[in-house]
Design a protein around this ligand. Structure first.
Ligand code: SAM
Length: 307
């Protein structure tokens, strides 16, 4: 397992998530099973774990690893389908819902996944290969403005206009079909010392757009909160500010009892408080964890309990 992905904030995640060892838990980002394994170790035989991953490789790997475990159910669904999964399993409520967002080290390291700009691969970036739009199609057919907006909105890339302009000039000569062709074009206009960060932001923005990651996260949070039993916990690990902001704002909103304007004498919004935040500040990996797992460096854990 360690060959594929070292789980981040593992003990912290489990400590926040599990309050009832006979409870029902959901891991929306099964990956190579790091967190799922620990959940299974912690719950007892009466407990149940339902885990899903949208990536077929990760799902197949984990199916061969966990396939025979009686108190675990596995799905190759997007976690935004948590409602459907709960219906299929006749589950009314979960005691804990977990997600470790983003992609695994395996997806980053495996050129065939096409998520890395460091290795030659088809410009793809789809986690779910049934999605129609690939990064290559986007880069070769979207307008300069559309491409620039994607880099800016989902990568917070300041040179978005300059990079999009160069891409559109270059694609007239030859289609941009691989990760290394795209990285090469960007390297022509970005100084060496900023290159890795720029490439990370550009690839992140394409990945978020292609997989609709922010919309999917919002749907997942909405439905998950409604599917938590009273006292049940939601624990989310994020790796960049866009997804962290969505989790933080959603938790804050669901903690409010009322959203009426201040000048209203009586409440008329009918809002109810659904969550209580239990991590006032996000939890970060310790120095020790960071020293053994560089990929943990941008991780933040937020947790809340269902009221
Ligand atoms: C950071 S890895 C999780 C690693 C896992 N916790 C472990 O320790 O092995 C994220 C995983 O979530 C999957 N994923 C990302 N977005 C998803 C989504 N919307 N629905 C289901 N799986 C998703 C990715 O394919 C990837 O395998």
């Amino acid at each position: 397992m360690g060959d594929f992905h070292t789980p981040v904030l593992l003990n912290e995640s489990i400590d926040y998530l599990i309050t009832n060892k006979s409870g029902i838990y959901f891991d929306g980002t099964l990956g190579f099973g790091g967190h799922s394994s620990k959940i299974l170790e912690t719950i007892n035989d009466d407990g149940l774990l339902v885990s899903t991953d949208v990536d077929l490789d990760a799902f197949n790997y984990s199916k061969s690893k966990f396939g025979n475990i009686k108190n675990m159910k596995l799905y190759n669904f997007n976690f935004s389908k948590i409602k459907i999964i709960s219906k299929l399993e006749s589950i009314k409520a979960f005691n804990g819902i977990f997600a470790d967002l983003g992609i695994s080290s395996h997806q980053i390291d495996d050129p065939a996944s096409g998520f890395t700009f460091r290795k030659e691969a088809e410009l793809d970036l789809r986690m779910d290969k049934t999605i129609r739009l690939t990064a290559a199609e986007l880069i070769n057919t979207f307008t300069e403005d559309e491409i620039s907006n994607i880099f800016y909105k989902y990568g917070e890339e300041k040179n978005s206009r300059k990079i999009a302009k160069r891409i559109c000039e270059k694609r007239k000569i030859k289609p941009i079909t691989t990760t290394t062709i795209l990285a090469g074009i960007i390297s022509e206009i970005v100084p060496e010392r900023f290159l890795t960060k720029t490439l990370s932001r550009v690839f992140q923005s394409l990945r978020i757009y292609i997989n609709k990651e922010l919309d999917v996260l919002k749907t997942f949070l909405d439905d998950s909160i409604d599917l938590l039993s009273e006292g049940g916990r939601i624990v989310i690990l994020t790796y960049h500010s866009l997804e962290d902001r969505i989790v933080k704002e959603k938790f804050k909103y669901e903690q409010l009892k009322c959203v009426c304007p201040k000048e209203y004498p009586v409440c008329s919004c009918n809002k109810t408080q659904k969550l209580k935040i239990i991590t006032k500040k996000p939890v970060y990996p310790t120095a020790n964890e960071l020293s053994i797992n560089r990929r943990a460096r941008s991780a933040k854990l937020r947790a809340a309990v269902r009221i």
